[in-house]
Design a protein around this ligand. Sequence first.
Ligand code: ZN
Length: 254
Amino acid sequence: MILVDTHCHLETFADIDSVLNQAKTCSVEHVVAVSQDPSSMRSVLDIGIERPNSVWVGLGLHPAWVVQNENSLDLALDWMERHSSRADVIGEIGLDFKYADDRRQQALQRRVLEVQLDLAGKIRKPINLHSRRSQRQTLQLAIDFKQRTGLNAQMHWFTESKKLVRICNDEGIFVSVGPTVLNDETVQQVALEIDRSLLLLETDSPVPIDGIENFPGCVRQVAQTMAKLSGSELEDVAAQTTGNFFRFLGVDQP
Ligand SMILES: [Zn+2]
């Protein structure tokens, strides 16, 4: 059995190899290490180069960072473009209106997101999207991206609205479920709505969930919960979601 953590902040852990080894004992063999700013982009690239069989590299500028670092944007985008051939995914990118409370900041996030979407299209890589307080807007950009480029989009931690998940199903947009599914009934109902062929699993670790420590190995609990909720076996959820992940990437499953 093989599981994938499709969204985590691996570079923030002090001992990355022990985190990955622990994940392996939970059958989590693949991890997407997303980035959010220039220093995490550099770290994630180094981590991925040293561990090509288990770590998939996500390069991206997070929308919260974007509005707090306006003067550094051009340099950061330039660095990202120059190193983009080594990315497997463009992410974590998106919109975050918690950190953009006026129209000017929202427009800035959108402009930087569009630059990164164009880059993903150019290098033919899928995208990993953050959409806090901007779910409809971000989803629409994901749909436009997919229609324009034929490349895949993942709505990360997108388990707040059944209605929006149904739009993802219709448009072929992947949706990832995180550890909130373990004990939040609303999240559970939304997660069950995701088309099985578009379901991905993630942890967003090390972000703690309900004060509980979170790491890539916790994907196993997410998978177990999805199996229980849908009345299927853990092995079937693993096979389905791992297959989905490689289809999302557009590469053959090793
Ligand atoms: Zn994240």
